[in-house]
Design a protein around this ligand. Structure first.
Ligand code: TRP
Length: 334
């Protein structure tokens, strides 16, 4: 009974590159925290990841690794539905239908499409253009209430709302209209080498990001090299002191202390001390995830069984939505 009153959450992560503490603080930590209060569904968005060039062996490894990492970090497959997008064929089916409810002009206005087209002009494929329809299908299949996403994905969630409303207006109530929710303040992690840019798993400079699975000694080394500024005051001021503020943000995220309190804690200390403390808090905060990952990533049978059960649970919900969709649109279903 209580289960039915919980709001439904859906989110997904693409299995591209190695996940960073930006993904951990901005997404995964929130996903874990939401598991008790919400009815959560989380996916590995493997269909999305072929919109850019990705080698088959890399995709194969990444999907298993991301699965192990989510479980290692604390996604509980008993509490939440956790699955791989391509294992539920309804995602591809609903995408086609939603394509016919997405305007060309709307898709063309998506910032991510424009950015990615510029980045790889030799591969501006239709899938890249269509990426938001697939994402809308992900969300709408599960009658989702809340979609926790980073700022860069908010425009896609907005488009999913538009598509849902358009479909409902033409065909009658079919989809719940979802709402995007940004992570709480302070959750945005910037690059260590260029603190005015977001920490990104696709950055070419390996020192710019801390990976969730980095060894403690690498974490220490990378923080030691982090760009700060030429004065020596430890103060939270993202505009004038982006590097130092970023370190405080990370420290706050891993210690659970308020940024203002962290600022006080480092009052009068130097940057070397700050960096060492941030490194220690980060290494410690990631320790159990790293250890669990070491163990779980070798248990392939277990990982596959989690994927399989997750896909079964997801399919059950997805099938119900799809049968409504087919019926509303006049498809003959013998
Ligand atoms: N596009 C998202 C990203 O790259 C991942 C994603 C795919 C997603 N489908 C989704 C996020 C549905 C939220 C809801 O971050």
């Amino acid at each position: 009974m209580e289960q039915e009153q919980k709001k439904r959450v859906f989110s997904a992560v693409q299995p591209t590159g190695s996940l960073t503490i930006g993904n951990y603080i901005g997404a995964i930590k929130n996903f874990i925290a939401m598991q008790d209060e919400y009815d959560c569904i989380y996916a590995v968005a493997d269909l999305h990841s072929i919109t850019v060039d990705i080698k088959p062996e890399i995709l194969r490894k990444n999907v298993t690794d991301v699965t192990a990492l989510f479980l290692a970090a604390g996604i509980d497959p008993e509490k939440s539905v956790f699955f791989v997008q391509s294992h539920v064929h309804e995602h591809a089916e609903l995408t086609w239908i939603l394509n016919c409810y997405t305007q060309f002009g709307e898709a063309k206005r998506m910032t991510q499409f424009k950015d990615k087209s510029k980045k790889a002009p030799e591969n501006v494929n239709v899938g890249l253009f269509d990426y938001p329809s697939l994402m809308a299908a992900d969300i709408l299949l599960y009658q989702t209430d809340c979609v926790p996403v980073g700022k860069d994905q908010m425009q896609h969630v907005e488009l999913a709302r538009t598509i849902a409303e358009r479909f409902n207006n033409r065909n009658g109530q079919t989809f719940r209209v979802p709402e995007g929710v940004l992570p709480k303040l302070g959750a945005k992690v910037q690059s260590l080498s260029n603190p005015s840019a977001k920490m990104s798993k696709s950055d070419v400079d390996p020192n710019s990001s801390i990976l969730i699975l980095d060894k403690p000694e690498d974490i220490v080394r990378k923080f030691r090299r982090a760009v700060t500024d030429s004065d020596s005051e430890i103060r939270y001021d993202p505009t004038n002191k982006p590097g130092v503020s970023n370190l405080l943000t990370i420290y706050s995220a891993f210690t659970g202390k308020d940024v203002k309190d962290c600022e006080k804690e480092f009052c009068g200390k130097d940057y070397a001390y700050l960096k060492a403390q941030v490194a220690e808090a980060t290494a410690e905060g990631l320790r159990s995830t790293r250890e669990n990952f070491e163990r779980l990533s070798k248990q392939k049978d277990y990982l596959f069984s989690v994927m399989k059960t997750g896909a079964e649970k997801a399919s059950y919900i997805a099938r119900r939505t799809m049968s409504k969709v087919w019926r509303k649109l006049g498809f003959v279903r013998p």
